[in-house]
Design a protein around this ligand. Structure first.
Ligand code: ATP
Length: 472
């Protein structure tokens, strides 16, 4: 029996969503390329996030910072010192493992946990049964060199998260956009981590994209006044934490993820990063277990204090009424575009045994439907002339070109209509427009809905209006 993950990985490759990078050279482990449908899907995820987090709010602005930044930033942030994972090597086969991938745990890898499970129990290599080295700390930041000389002084890091650029640019962005606290800065961009054991397809890779928003807020208690969506002023960090927690969960639900496959998980006190006051993960029920897709963190004033200290630039702000100066606190929402893409793919996947289309040729085969939401579906409309004959295809091509001005359209004139419907269902296309010989007489086409399979006969002249209503 093929597992659901195997089915998704195979569909993703076969239909051009996502596949291993550099395959003709034997591939590069843990790196993936997004094909034509994958890039549409991921762009749709990112723009849905941008719209919800930036464009529809008056209190969040965007940025796009450079990946390579001053190396001192990573000293200030604590990454040089502490962004490590516990690593063990097998002395025989030389394979490397993250400690919690040998002894599974949902909790934190505290020194006590490591002593009990490794020093005392001495587990063996899961691959060859060989002896393992003691645990050591492995820094996850990828290094490179700037300029022609490779020495210590030229070392820079590929950013392991997008957040630090936001803290570093906080002051200039606040002033140039004339924002007052509380407000947020959002960014979507690549991040790199030299993960010891990447895996589970695009769940854990060494190069990935993050969608992060940092919300700057005054630490002292104030009253949260709800003046309507997007115009909430004041509020304590704790209240804002709860606000963003709800908002972020709702975002996944609005994009169609099934409620029962999502949950919050609060990190235990001893799991928290040293700077974090509170952290809640949004988890998705993957075929390999409940796993984080997004983290919501109350980071206190750690980030701006550290960057003030290390850069020498005072990043405190002045309360205009009381004239007191303070370092803002930060509430962070941090999601992965690739990890959520996997969650959206898995969640949309449905297999119908026996099939639902009834043309003789394709009946009785299992049928796959990706039930993407309207926002995320990579292709919105398929245009399918019943025959390849010029008299039909020329009409169909004109229709496709008109619709393409507003929506992503796939034109397909090969194979039986049943097969073509199935091809479209398998990639989650929302509607199929069929042009038949009657079209030449009545100037109407048939529109089929992916989910209900209901068919509407619509005048060509009304098609644009028809779809505008559907995509409202
Ligand atoms: P994990 O515990 O799974 O390694 P994390 O707690 O280190 O994740 P964060 O630092 O909170 O993750 O990063 C925020 C988000 O970035 C995660 O929720 C995830 O969606 C994404 N992310 C982090 N690491 C990776 C990775 N290696 N590959 C893909 N996405 C990632």
């Amino acid at each position: 029996m093929t597992s659901q993950m195997e089915k998704i990985v195979s569909l993703a490759k076969r239909r051009g969503f996502v596949f291993p990078s550099s395959e003709i050279y034997g591939r590069l482990e843990s790196c993936y390329d997004y094909g034509p449908l994958g890039v549409e899907l991921k762009n749709n995820i990112k723009s849905a996030w941008w719209k919800a987090m930036v464009q529809s709010r008056e209190d969040v602005v965007g940025q796009d910072a450079s990946i390579l930044m001053h190396p001192k930033i990573w000293e200030a942030s604590g990454h040089v010192e502490g962004f490590t994972d516990p690593l063990v090597d097998c002395k025989s086969c030389k394979k490397r493992f993250r400690a919690d991938h040998i002894v599974k745990t949902d909790g934190p890898m505290t020194p006590q946990w490591m002593k009990k499970n490794f020093e005392d129990k001495k587990p063996k290599c899961p691959e060859c049964g060989g002896e393992l080295t003691p645990i050591r700390k492995f820094n996850l930041m990828l290094k490179t060199h700037l300029g022609p000389v490779e020495d210590e002084g030229t070392t820079v890091y590929m950013r392991p998260e997008t957040a630090q650029a936001i803290y570093v640019d906080f002051d200039i962005i606040m002033k140039s956009s004339r924002k007052r606290l509380p407000f947020g800065i959002a960014q979507i961009g690549k991040a790199f981590r030299n993960e010891i054991t990447p895996g589970d397809f695009i769940f854990r890779t060494r190069e990935f994209e993050q969608m992060e928003m940092q919300w700057f807020v005054k630490p002292s208690p104030q009253t949260l006044s709800q003046e309507g969506e997007g115009r909430v002023r004041g509020g304590t960090p704790e209240e804002w934490f709860e606000y963003w927690k709800k908002k972020r969960m709702q975002w996944y639900l609005d994009l169609g993820i099934k409620k029962e496959r999502l949950r919050f998980r609060e990190q235990e006190k001893d799991e928290l990063a040293h700077y974090a006051k509170k952290a809640v993960d949004i988890e998705y029920n993957f075929p390999f277990g409940w796993k984080e897709i997004e983290g919501i963190h109350n980071r206190g004033n750690w980030d701006l204090s550290r960057h003030s200290e290390y850069s020498g630039k005072d990043l405190s702000v002045m309360d205009e009424e009381t004239k007191e100066k303070y370092i803002p606190w930060v509430i962070e929402t941090s999601a992965g575009a690739d990890r959520t893409a996997l969650a959206f793919l898995l969640d949309a996947y449905e297999e119908i045994a026996g099939g639902r289309t009834t043309t003789t040729e394709s009946a009785k085969e299992a049928e796959t439907v990706l039930r993407f939401s309207k926002t995320l579906a990579p292709v919105k409309i398929a245009v399918l002339p019943l025959s390849k004959k010029e008299e039909l295809s020329s009409v169909a091509k004109n229709i496709a070109n008109d619709l393409r001005k507003h929506w992503t359209v796939d034109y397909d004139e090969t194979a039986s209509i049943g097969r073509r419907y199935r091809r479209q269902d398998e990639i989650g296309t929302l509607f199929a427009v069929t042009i038949d010989f009657e079209t030449l007489e009545d100037k109407k086409v048939t529109v089929r809905d992916r989910d209900t399979m209901k068919q509407d006969r619509v005048a060509i002249s009304e098609l644009e209006k028809y779809f505008s209503n559907k995509f409202k």
